[in-house]
Design a protein. Structure first.
Length: 211
């Protein structure tokens, strides 16, 4: 299972993560933030929240937004907690997406940015996301897109040299995973960020609700 390797990898770079990936984080999360309108009253689960930069964008627009951020790197979470230690509406927990400790129908929105390619068992993860979503809720996923040549090369390279990496997906493959998990594609696009990064974002809604 790669989660231990991911945890170790991100624990090691936690102190320099924001600095190292500042431009990429700012651009991808800003796009995600403007992609889908999120109700100020919505309760949000941020999967693989890292150091909490998406929370910063959400709270800048709505300081009372209720957010739970989860990650498997305690050191990344510690940095996130320091950023929002005076905001009682934000909470960070060390949790795996493959086994969410939340009641069914707990969240209005689940967001997952730049992390889906790490998931060992994407169908299990999507099943858990669907379970904790309210029937009227939605999941928003942003990730690398293997439809782009560089991302195909990057995916091949990481599969060989980065044991934490699982796989990148094409847009069609990601959509099929969502449909198989009983989601309906609501909105989707793919785009290039600079010369290197090919990305995709999708909003999906649950078709059936877990009891």
């Amino acid at each position: 299972m790669s989660e231990f390797k991911i945890q170790k990898q991100y624990d090691q770079i936690a102190n320099i993560y924001d600095w190292r990936w500042q431009s990429y984080i700012m651009n991808t999360l800003s796009f995600l933030h403007t992609w889908e309108q999120i109700d100020p009253q919505a309760k949000i689960l941020d999967v693989a929240c890292g150091t909490g930069e998406f929370e910063r964008l959400l709270l800048k627009k709505n300081p009372t937004q209720r957010i739970i951020g989860i990650d498997i790197s305690e050191k990344m979470l510690n940095i996130a907690r320091k950023k929002y230690q005076t905001n009682s509406n934000v909470e960070f927990q060390k949790v795996s997406v493959h086994s969410l400790p939340f009641n069914s129908h707990s969240f209005d929105v689940v967001v997952c940015a730049n992390a889906f390619h790490y998931f060992d068992y994407p169908q299990v993860a999507l099943g858990e996301i669907k379970r904790v979503l309210k029937p009227s809720g939605k999941v928003i996923i942003l990730d690398w897109n293997k439809d782009y040549f560089f991302c195909r090369i990057c995916d091949w390279f990481l599969r060989i040299f980065d044991s934490a990496h699982q796989q990148c997906y094409t847009q069609a493959e990601l959509h099929q995973l969502l449909v198989s998990a009983e989601f309906k594609i609501h909105n989707a696009t793919k785009f290039r960020l600079g010369f290197i990064w090919g990305l995709m974002v999708v909003t999906a809604i649950p078709i059936k609700s877990y009891a």
